[in-house]
Design a protein around this ligand. Structure first.
Ligand SMILES: [Zn+2]
Length: 88
């Protein structure tokens, strides 16, 4: 492999990295998916990014729910699930 070709490959790699950055930026909305969490104490709703939930659910036992701390009152935030009774 000649030195010149290596240089070209390096340049190409940089361009690819740049495109990847732009792609990431365009996909930001998709990647920043959030889940509604509701405080059991004050009732406030907090939008929690799914990657945070993933981190918290990592060491949960089966059947346990992720519980977060409410930013308003330090109470318990739980996932605000849509009521299944609404379905027809
Ligand atoms: Zn609260």
């Amino acid at each position: 492999m000649s030195e010149k070709k290596e240089k070209l490959d390096e340049q190409k790699q940089e361009e690819e990295d740049l495109f990847k950055d732009i792609e990431d930026w365009l996909n930001l909305d998709e990647e920043e998916e959030t889940v509604s969490f509701k405080c059991m104490d004050c009732g406030c709703i907090d939008q929690v990014p799914t990657y945070i939930i993933g981190e918290f659910s990592y060491d949960l036992e089966e059947g346990e729910e992720v519980e977060l701390e409410c930013p308003e009152c330090n109470g318990t935030l739980r996932e605000a699930k849509e009521s299944p009774e609404v379905k027809e």
